[in-house]
Design a protein around this ligand. Structure first.
Ligand code: SF4
Length: 283
């Protein structure tokens, strides 16, 4: 559930309030999964970093990280108002925690963030990102953005574009605002025509398309430890994810599925990287 009541969202009404599982139960479950051979553990919560099970979320990450075994820890979704430096320090210090942060900003305008009841400012968000990058230079950042919230002006939208350009996201999940009945935003005046909002949306996609492509190009030549998921697109190819949660495809034997491998990136697409397996003797 969720306690936040963002003005556009129906989740707190349909899912109820947040509840936190006991840390010892989570640790036991992870231990059991790792013993069964699972290598990719995702801590999933509507607002996972407000976890309040007697310890805070950064401590939970540290305790899971300390469990024996070779596995990767991911978590989502984080809310910027609950994303602390302590959490970013825990991410940086825990080897098993994926260096990928999905931190939905929703808008680059403080006025719209207040209307959305998000309870953080753009400056606060930028400071978090700057600290995260300082602690984890190889961090991959993704985010959610809503375009065309009721009352959003071209000026507000340009602030979102500015934030996107300066942050350098690996990928964005972009949404055109759509009214949800029963939410506070439902009754807000919404004077901007749909065609205009669609143009802004397209503009944002184009800007992010360039930024995402540049990010992917910068990965060419690097070597990543990837977790192999199974067959990829095309004959003899495998699909995998690196620590930044980016898809990496490479030719390889299907018996590698479920294992970690080292892959050198040889080319980039918008949606995935292409690589070649680094033989064990060259590691
Ligand atoms: Fe909660 Fe996320 Fe919905 Fe906001 S957008 S109310 S944080 S679920």
């Amino acid at each position: 559930g969720c306690n936040n009541f963002c003005s556009y969202c129906i989740v707190p009404y349909v899912r109820g309030r947040e509840r936190s599982r006991r840390p010892e139960d989570i640790l036991r479950e992870v231990e059991g999964l790792v013993a069964e051979g699972y290598r990719d553990i995702t801590l999933l919560g509507q607002n996972v970093n407000s976890y309040a099970g007697g310890i805070r979320f950064p401590e939970l990450l540290r305790r899971i990280n300390d469990l024996p075994g070779d596995f990767r820890i991911r978590f989502m979704t984080s809310h910027p108002k609950d994303c602390t430096r302590e959490l970013l320090d825990a991410m940086a210090g825990c080897k098993k925690v994926s260096k990928h942060l999905h931190l939905p900003v929703q808008s680059g305008s403080d006025r719209i963030l207040a209307e959305m009841n998000r309870r953080y400012t753009v400056d606060h968000y930028r400071e978090l990102i700057a600290y995260a990058r300082e602690r984890m230079p190889d961090l991959s950042l993704t985010s959610d953005i809503i375009v065309g919230f009721p009352g959003e002006t071209r000026g507000d939208f340009e602030q979102t574009l500015d934030l996107v350009q300066k942050t350098g996201y690996t990928a964005l999940y972009t949404f055109l605002y759509s009214r949800r009945s029963g939410t506070r935003a439902e009754g807000l005046p919404d004077p901007v025509p749909g065609e205009e909002k669609s143009r802004w949306f397209q503009e944002l996609l184009e800007v992010q398309g360039r930024i995402g492509a540049e990010y992917m190009e910068r990965q060419v030549g690097k070597t990543f430890r990837v977790l192999v998921e199974g067959p990829g697109r095309g004959e003899g190819k495998l699909t995998s994810r690196n620590d930044q949660n980016v898809i990496v495809e490479f030719p390889g034997d299907p018996s590698l599925a479920g294992q970690f491998a080292e892959v050198e990136i040889v080319s980039a697409h918008n949606w995935a990287l292409e690589g070649r397996l680094v033989p064990e003797e060259n590691r």
